[in-house]
Write a protein that binds this ligand. Structure first.
Ligand code: X8Z
Ligand code: ZN
Length: 658
């Protein structure tokens, strides 16, 4: 995970007081989309950006330091200090936005100046009055609070007095490990029933204000503004085409998994030609199916790759795992971690204080201080995570010479895409063999298919979910919040072939069960990152001279692959991501594409087709009873939301494909 500073509610109140009269709403949009002023003096723009750069970097350092201190020592005092720093940052952001919109960036002759000013004024809620700015961040903060405080009751009735199960680790563990469909349905219901309803009204108000901010910035709605960060008129078409290409693979995987689940749970729970109920896939949101590998492994008699025992046998420590990751990058000719990294990173879970354990990589914005925070345990998952987090640090190190506003991935999917591309080389039997952690004969047909199945349960299964979360959000921003729960399930069914295990109504709010919805975090970046991951892996493997199937490629020790990475890293966000993609693909393409992902899974696709050859339906056919689970009006009255959004951008995808 790349660390991104986030805003807490308390500080906004302070900002409002501090800013006073500062934020009268801005009028006069002369560009098609963005708010802009009339100043076309290049000297003044350069001066403003110079000052901005110094001040933004300084404030970023202060906020990162305070956040780090809190995350690695969660005391009330440290929390207060963090909020104070964030308050200053919010004040600075709003002032900077105001100064930036005084320029007419479209008429300034320097492209880098134009690009920076445009970035400063895009996707900002600073156009709101202080009162509304304050209100929306309060709403988000309250929704996040509700989400993080949900506790649910266990399945076992004797234990139901203690309703204290948390999402992490309890709910996640039960959804992964339980094979009792009654328990799974119970946990699924508890979570969804407890999370959604208390935040439904808050979310509806949030939609209203987010739309107001977007309209003041010159957009039709907040969804259009969210998409605008990709700055690409072809964006929706590329997304739509990539999904069209991926869908046959998804349907083959789905069909095979359904057969296995039918064998495991029987026809009363899984219908032979139907969609799948959401609670059986090893994950609360059915977005990652890898935890049910035990039910679906193609060749269960062949051992899967797990090097944890070997790591323990060889006496690995967290420090050694970090050193191993560093050696992976230096073997590519990339940079070693700086001394400050080794001095200040948190590589182990401390036992004398409370810390936030989610792994993350930090850029302190002073070109010196870069750190990872991870409660590392000696196991395979954390070894891969260490390589993943260090990829973010490499990105930070290489774009550190760019101006502040360009120190980021080329688009919101790049950071995660790169880090995951590295993981494809590391979590790879060939690589683990090369580094002396896996000594089995890795190259049998059966182990390859087992491995690809595990990867498909993670990656292919994720694709439709990654797409639909924001397809839903765009739809709500565009068409309003009426029937938003049935709209959610309509998309879940359409893209994923998933239905709720129990009936749902508009009193529920099931999209809120996914943290990114209440927390106001865009999700399309994960779909982009997924495709980029394979595109980047493919390019690095080509540079490394890899021959053979893509899933066996390991770029370790390839300076050529390292150069592909460093060239991409150095640019940061200074150029349009299409140019970066073109560079990555040696001029061949500038499109987000599913081709590399399909190439990676090609051997599995052939295998799945053989497995599914006697299936009457590859994919799913939904009956009325299943649709009525979330559209009670099918059997009663009411409006069917699904009929009135044909003009929504992302519906293009489904209209074209289904
Ligand atoms: O939210 C995350 C990361 C932080 S960037 C933990 N992910 C998405 C999710 O959990 O739904 C990573 C995969 C997709
Ligand atoms: Zn990451």
């Amino acid at each position: 995970m790349k660390f991104a500073p986030q805003i807490d509610a308390q500080f906004v109140t302070v900002v409002v007081a501090v800013l006073g009269a500062l934020a009268e709403e801005v009028e006069g949009i002369t560009d098609a989309r963005l708010v802009q002023g009339t100043n076309v003096n290049l000297g003044e723009a350069l001066q403003f950006l110079r000052e901005f750069d110094i001040e933004a970097s300084r404030i970023c350092f202060r906020v990162s330091s305070a956040r780090w201190t809190y995350s690695t020592n969660m005391t009330d005092f440290n929390k207060r200090r963090m909020i104070e720093e964030q308050t200053l940052q919010a004040k600075f952001d709003k002032l900077s936005w105001k100064r930036a919109v005084s320029f007419d960036w479209t008429r300034l002759p320097d492209p880098m100046v134009r690009r920076q000013l445009k970035q400063l004024i895009t996707n900002s809620r600073a156009s709101l009055t202080d009162e509304k700015y304050n209100e929306i961040y309060h709403l988000i903060s309250e929704m996040k609070d509700i989400y993080s405080h949900i506790r649910i009751c266990p399945f076992n009735s004797a234990e139901r007095l203690y309703c204290d199960l948390e999402l992490e680790p309890d709910v996640t563990r039960i959804m992964s490990n339980s094979r009792n469909h009654l328990e799974l349905a119970h946990i699924w219901r508890e979570w969804h029933d407890k999370v959604g309803p208390p935040m439904k009204n808050k979310f509806m108000r949030y939609v209203q204000i987010a739309n107001q901010a977007a309209r003041m910035n010159g957009f039709l709605d907040a969804g259009e503004e969210m998409r605008y960060v990709y700055d690409d008129p072809e964006f929706e078409i590329e997304i739509s085409e990539s999904w069209k290409r991926l869908q046959p693979l998804y349907k083959e995987l789905f069909t095979y998994v359904r057969r296995k689940l039918l064998q495991a749970y029987g026809p009363n729970i899984v219908r032979q030609e139907g969609p799948l109920p959401a609670h059986l896939l090893g994950n609360l949101w059915a977005q990652d199916w890898s935890k049910i590998i035990d039910l679906v492994a193609p060749y269960p008699e062949y051992r899967s790759v797990d090097i944890t025992d070997e790591m323990l046998r060889q006496g690995f420590t967290p420090l050694r795992m970090f050193q191993m990751a560093e050696e992976f990058y230096t073997s590519l000719g990339l940079k070693p971690m700086p001394p400050e990294f080794w001095r200040f990173s948190m590589t182990d879970k401390p036992n004398d204080r409370k810390v936030q354990c989610t792994a993350s990589a930090w850029d302190f914005c002073n070109k010196i201080d870069y750190r990872i925070k991870q409660c590392t345990e000696v196991n395979m998952e954390d070894l891969i995570s260490t390589h993943h987090e260090m990829a973010h640090i490499q990105y930070y190190l290489y774009y550190s010479e760019q101006p502040y506003l360009f120190r980021d991935g080329a688009n919101p999917g790049f950071h995660e895409g790169v880090a995951n591309a590295i993981s494809l080389s590391v979590f790879n039997p060939v690589h683990l063999h090369r580094v002396g952690l896996f000594n089995e004969n890795t190259d049998t047909y059966e182990t390859n298919i087992n491995f690809l199945m595990l990867m498909a349960l993670r990656k292919v299964a994720f694709a439709p979910f990654a797409l639909l979360v924001d397809a839903w959000r765009y739809e709500i921003f565009q068409n309003g919040v009426q029937n938003m729960n049935s709209a959610w399930w309509e998309l879940r069914l359409r893209y994923q072939g998933i239905i709720p295990p129990i009936p749902r109504t508009e009193s529920h709010f099931d999209a809120a069960a996914k943290r990114h919805i209440p927390a106001d975090i865009p999700y399309m970046k994960y779909y982009i990152a997924l495709l980029l991951e394979f595109q980047i892996h493919n390019s690095m493997c080509f540079a490394a001279g890899h021959v053979g199937t893509l899933h066996t490629c390991d770029i370790y020790r390839s300076r050529e692959a390292g150069r592909v990475l460093s060239d991409l890293f150095k640019v940061g966000k200074a150029r349009h991501w299409k140019e970066v993609l073109k560079m990555l693909t040696r001029g061949q393409s500038e499109r987000i594409s599913a081709d590399a992902m399909l190439q990676y899974f090609q051997p599995l696709l052939l295998w799945l087709k053989v497995q599914n050859k006697n299936e009457s339906v590859v994919g799913w056919m939904t009956n009325l009873e299943e649709e009525a689970l979330f559209q009670p009006f099918l059997f009663g009255g009411g409006v069917n939301h699904a009929t009135d959004f044909s003009f929504v951008l992302f519906m293009l995808i489904t209209v074209k494909l289904m």
